[in-house]
Design a protein around this ligand. Structure first.
Ligand code: PRP
Ligand code: URA
Length: 244
């Protein structure tokens, strides 16, 4: 069974504009300026699809000629960009939904253990929105997104969706096992994770490519991995293939 059949919460866009823009985004020759523009355009298109099932309530609008029936979005929506890379997705989503609240979560992935490390969270005590859209371009091992969902559920968010540009099968499996109620909207699901936990073919490091922070060969996605990261990836792949 293919991945979409196995995970009913997974929604992979079929839009030709998404496919076109994603190919440009992946291209190693795409410079940060164009990369940021593409992240924004893809976020708009994926956000539009991810919001397709938001509920509305009926309202009456006065046109210049007469009253007519209209609709108003019902739930209060929160955008939750995961720092850093999720920042590039915020503006497009705010264009779609100007009244959305933006709640930042700071997580980075430890490069050896591939586990998320939380460093920023200023959520108030009780949830102020009903629907949360987690914005993060990459769903790799799924550790960062699962941790973010844990935070948002603990906060009291009633409904949570993950919007990413590219997912790895391992990440879809991890997030879906931990949180089957979370819809995952992506432009593509790629082949696998490499031994450093990068998505292949992927696009490299989404944060570095947006913000131009290239620290040299040792930080590149293809560089030799540590044993610990490689073992984490092998374990995820065994789980995905049903061996464990
Ligand atoms: C990237 C990405 C996700 C995470 C995905 O962030 O933006 O947050 O990795 O990996 P996972 O699914 O294996 O957890 P990174 O840790 O590189 O931080 P950055 O955005 O600050 O560069
Ligand atoms: N984070 C990225 O930016 N890219 C990947 O491929 C995996 C994690």
């Amino acid at each position: 069974m293919d991945l979409a059949g196995r995970y009913p919460n997974l929604h992979v866009s079929r839009h030709p504009l998404v496919a076109h823009k994603l190919a440009l985004l992946r291209d190693r020759a795409t410079e940060p300026k164009l990369f940021r523009e593409l992240v924004r355009e893809l976020s708009w298109l994926l956000g539009y699809e991810a919001m397709a099932d938001l509920t509305t309530q009926p309202i009456t609008v006065e046109t210049p000629l007469e009253p007519t029936a209209g609709a108003e979005l019902e739930p209060k929506v929160g955008l939750v960009p995961v720092l850093r890379a999720g920042l590039g997705m915020v503006d497009a989503m705010l264009e779609l939904m100007p009244s959305a609240e933006v709640w930042h979560i700071g997580l980075y992935r430890d490069e050896r253990s591939l586990k998320p490390v939380e460093y920023y969270n200023k959520l108030p005590d009780a949830a102020t929105v009903q629907v949360c859209l987690i914005l993060d371009p990459m769903l790799a091992t799924g550790g960062s997104s699962s941790a973010t969902v844990d935070i948002l559920k603990h906060w009291g968010a009633a409904r949570i969706k993950q919007v990413s540009l590219i997912a790895a099968p391992e990440g879809v499996a991890t997030l879906s096992a931990a949180h089957p109620d979370v819809d995952i909207h992506v432009a593509a699901v790629d082949r696998a994770l490499n031994e450093r936990g990068y998505i292949v073919p992927g696009l490299g490091d989404a944060g570095d490519r947006q913000f131009g922070t290239f620290a040299g060969p040792s930080s590149e996605p293809g560089h030799a991995s540590g044993d610990e990261a490689a073992e984490v990836v092998r374990q995820l792949q065994r789980t995905l293939s049903g061996e464990e």
